[in-house]
Design a protein around this ligand. Structure first.
Ligand SMILES: [Ca+2]
Length: 329
């Protein structure tokens, strides 16, 4: 695979500016957010409680029951791209008393209110969630996995219009990849990178102030239709936080493709998002339960153990019987 050196350079946050020539301004949202929310010349729409300040777009303030969003007005027809997001989550709430997080989208639908981080459920396309509040029943998780996932947690979901985001389980049944990312109330800048090359979705984070991308998720065979919209949304409920979007920068990635590959792309026009390997829709929780083989081996040893116990029991019974006979005669 060949991608331009500029694209490779983007693996380091320090080299962000090396890629300026590939920056697609029509899909990017950067300071000073010219005309956003008012002017018809803006490429973005503002929604709900979202507010523009000189330094950021505040999707929600640190107040209960708010939701806000920004949505691109222009459908994206780029096949290979990289989205670099700078954002900030901060608030007064103590640990575990803040929420709910922020989400970044590339979807067929736009400007919809809803329960999935401020966007509609049953969406069509890609959602990348920065979930700051654990809804999953902690006892159940501990019982099932022996461990507990640490939040904030970044996760990706590919919606096909019918898949439902399970809020009570933090979207685990539909998660295709993710990682922990300590993004809240930190003094340094926090970034998220979503890269889509050759149907491979890579997510990286830069949240610990080292200015280095860290692997978060890597899923191949992700089929996304063209013509979807980028967006960012956020929601607060009983618990709240400031969810600030500082920038969304979209870069076009130049990928050298063979003639066959190009022809295939043309022929196999994707209309509904999907992941080739459906196994990837299953949440990987290695500690959970036992695999088939483990189960069989365990069952075998259990049976053997029972057999040995039974043999010992029979022998003991036999001897006891013999003894009691001896006592009688
Ligand atoms: Ca959650």
């Amino acid at each position: 695979m060949f991608i331009t050196s500029h694209a490779l350079l983007s693996s380091s946050a320090d080299n962000v500016y090396e890629m300026e020539e590939f920056l697609k301004r029509e899909y990017s949202l950067t300071k000073p957010y010219q005309g956003l929310g008012s002017s018809s010349s803006s490429h973005w729409d503002l929604m709900g409680n979202a507010m523009v300040t000189p330094d950021h777009v505040r999707l929600t303030p640190d107040l209960q029951s708010r939701q806000g969003a920004v949505w691109s007005r222009i459908p994206c027809y780029l096949r290979d791209w990289e989205l670099q997001v700078q954002f900030k989550v901060h608030g007064e709430g103590k640990k575990n008393f803040h929420g709910d997080g922020v989400a970044f989208w590339l979807t067929k639908e736009r400007m919809q209110n809803g329960p999935v981080f401020g966007n509609m459920n049953h969406f069509t396309g890609l959602g990348v969630f920065v979930d700051t509040y654990t809804n999953e029943d902690k006892n159940r998780e501990k019982r099932q996995t022996g461990t507990q996932r640490v939040y904030p947690y970044v996760s990706a979901m590919l919606g096909n219009g019918t898949l439902s985001y399970d809020h009570e389980r933090d979207g685990r049944p539909t998660e295709i990849g993710g990682c922990t990312a300590m993004v809240r109330n930190v003094n340094h800048d926090t970034f998220l990178l979503i890269r889509y090359i050759r149907s491979r979705l890579t997510i990286m984070t830069d949240v610990d102030g080292h200015r280095e991308w860290r692997d978060c998720a890597d899923i191949s065979g992700v089929r996304l239709p063209l013509g979807f919209y980028f967006g960012a949304t956020s929601i607060t409920g009983d618990l709240s936080d400031n969810h600030d979007l500082i920038s969304m920068k979209l870069y076009e990635l130049t990928v050298d493709k063979t003639k066959e590959e190009l022809e295939q792309e043309e022929e196999e026009e994707v209309t509904v998002p999907r992941v080739d390997n459906m196994q990837q829709f299953i949440v990987v929780e290695p500690e959970e339960g036992m695999s088939g083989v483990q189960y069989a081996v365990t069952a075998l040893f259990s049976l053997m153990g029972l057999g040995v116990l039974a043999a010992i029991g029979l022998m003991a019974y036999g001897r006891w019987k013999e003894k009691s006979r001896k006592r009688f005669y």
